[in-house]
Ligand binder design. Sequence first.
Ligand SMILES: *[C@@H]1O[C@H](CO)[C@@H](O)[C@H](O)[C@H]1NC(C)=O
Ligand SMILES: *[C@@H]1O[C@H](CO)[C@@H](O)[C@H](O)[C@H]1NC(C)=O
Ligand SMILES: *[C@@H]1O[C@H](CO)[C@@H](O)[C@H](O)[C@H]1NC(C)=O
Ligand SMILES: [Mn+2]
Length: 611
Amino acid sequence: MFRSKFRLHTCKIIIATSLLWIFIDIVVLMYYTDCIGPNCKAKSTDIDEPFDATASASRMGWGGPVQDNMLQRFKYNHNDENNNSTYPSHLLKHWKPMPPVREKRGKPGEGGRGVTMRPEQDAIMKKKFKENQFNILASDMISLNRSLQDIRQADCKTKHYPTLMPTTSIVIVFHNEAWSTLLRTVWSVINRSPRSLLKEILLVDDASDREFLGKKLEDYVATLPVETKVLRTEKRSGLIRARLLGAKHVTGQVITFLDAHCECAEGWLEPLLARIVLNRKTVVCPVIDVISDDTFEYVTASDMTWGGFNWKLNFRWYRVPQREMSRRNNDRTAPLRTPTMAGGLFSIDKDYFYELGSYDEGMDIWGGENLEMSFRIWMCGGTLEISPCSHVGHVFRKSTPYTFPGGTSHIVNHNNARLAEVWMDEWKNFYYAINPGASNVEVGDVSDRLALREKLKCKSFRWYLENIYPESQMPLDYYYLGEIKNVESQQCLDTMSRKSGEKAGMSYCHGLGGNQVFAYTKRSQIMSDDNCLDASNIVGPVSLIRCHGLEGNQAWVYDLKEMTIKHKTTDQCLEHSMSADQYTAILNECDGSRSQQWTMKSNFHWQASSR
Ligand SMILES: *[C@@H]1O[C@H](CO)[C@@H](O)[C@H](O)[C@H]1NC(C)=O
Ligand SMILES: *[C@@H]1O[C@H](CO)[C@@H](O)[C@H](O)[C@H]1NC(C)=O
Ligand SMILES: *[C@@H]1O[C@H](CO)[C@@H](O)[C@H](O)[C@H]1NC(C)=O
Ligand SMILES: [Mn+2]
């Protein structure tokens, strides 16, 4: 009796101990193996162009590493998680995933591969390229139902999503889109979306004049296995108003906006709806993969980038900072909170879309609406995410094939000025300073939008910068914004539109801002947009280098009394140099001369008090 009791006791201890060890093993395993399996190698293709609505020749920018104190500053939490943010069950549907589209061996473009043209097609290809700004011959060769590789990370393929999810309507706005790209978008939605969740597809034609987009398109979509409607704007209305027209006809619970030359990849929809069903105030974007404008090859984009913006209010992709990786426990399949979205592809609850103020109807055509919505979502209590398990390919074009009444830059300035006036508080100065052309565009009446901001009790732009986007190119605290003038030469520091890595210039002070606008920040940077004044040698030229936020070579101290700009690590002074028939700014031994004296004076107010 005693023996057996003793044995039982020992067994219990042994079992408990081994359970403990198994548990520890699992914890250790989970901690150290966030990256195993074939899909784990870093994806190297980066989108190096903004979403083509802003069809400028801009580049992918990379944000710098993050300062430690930013981790502490990040204190944003979901509010009202269970408060009117989930759906009553009658709005939700059971669903099952669609079977993968089978590869048709030997057919062009199957498996997402690119097509190669015969050399004799070259001339006609070049000619037709201009009509769409992509290789239409390649697109036309590829099946509308083409198969794609399952490019998701391994863990995405086994993820479980809620068994009940809301339905969605797909809204696709187009203007003179090519037949094959438009309908391949439609077929990819049909082929890869759980049928019970796909309420309808709404194609919004923004006054196209191509014949086949008329009756022929209507007849074609009538034959599709999913209800598809063609809506038409009366006259050219632009992306924003066309989307509003589409949204008005949505009967699903969620609106999913897509561009007209996309291909939805396997399992693209479930991760988007899964986030919204948890909290309907979440707006979710897929990872936007790249469909080559030349071969139509489907190329996976990095899931390690998020959306940001620069002083000019251009949307840009930046590397996801470690802060956000840590918040996601280094799980690359976890939803990524992004400061901004590219704007072309996203899902949003229909009621929330309107509660949040849909779009600013004072904005024209396109441009700025994506940032406007991004700021609005975050500042007014929503959440904006990229789901790394959802992939949609998009044909990125190097320039837009369309023209716009009034000219693109005027429209974009107008839209951005509205967004700056309504949402950015004093940080709007960065936009106007670097883009002086925007200061005298007609902003129009923004009182409705300001009233909306009031009504929704939205937080300040400072809150957004502090909590959502501490890595922003717009400094949270700065002493000065304006031109930096040398006392002796009366010349101003000037970026000369140069890129990161090049020398800082000096030129005649024109007082118009633009390339002569610098911010002197609380983090001791002298910055212009993405780039900071940087000195790596004790004596010699000073460069513009992508700001890294880590002080070091980029830390400067302006002495208001001495009027010197001292380089912190070397204790040398910034000096205007006229050597070699070129005006530059150099670093030199401090000698109290007037060539080392600088003034920081402008019409902008000093925001933080100087020391
Ligand atoms: C959230 O709940 C509070 C009370 O718990 C209520 O006052 C508030 O109006 C709710 N918010 C929304 C958006 O429903
Ligand atoms: C949530 O609350 C808003 C008003 O605050 C209301 O208009 C909306 O219908 C509610 N949504 C749900 C799903 O209950
Ligand atoms: C795409 O595939 C479906 C069946 O899977 C078929 O009914 C349809 O005709 C195909 N469409 C085209 C354009 O090949
Ligand atoms: Mn596009």
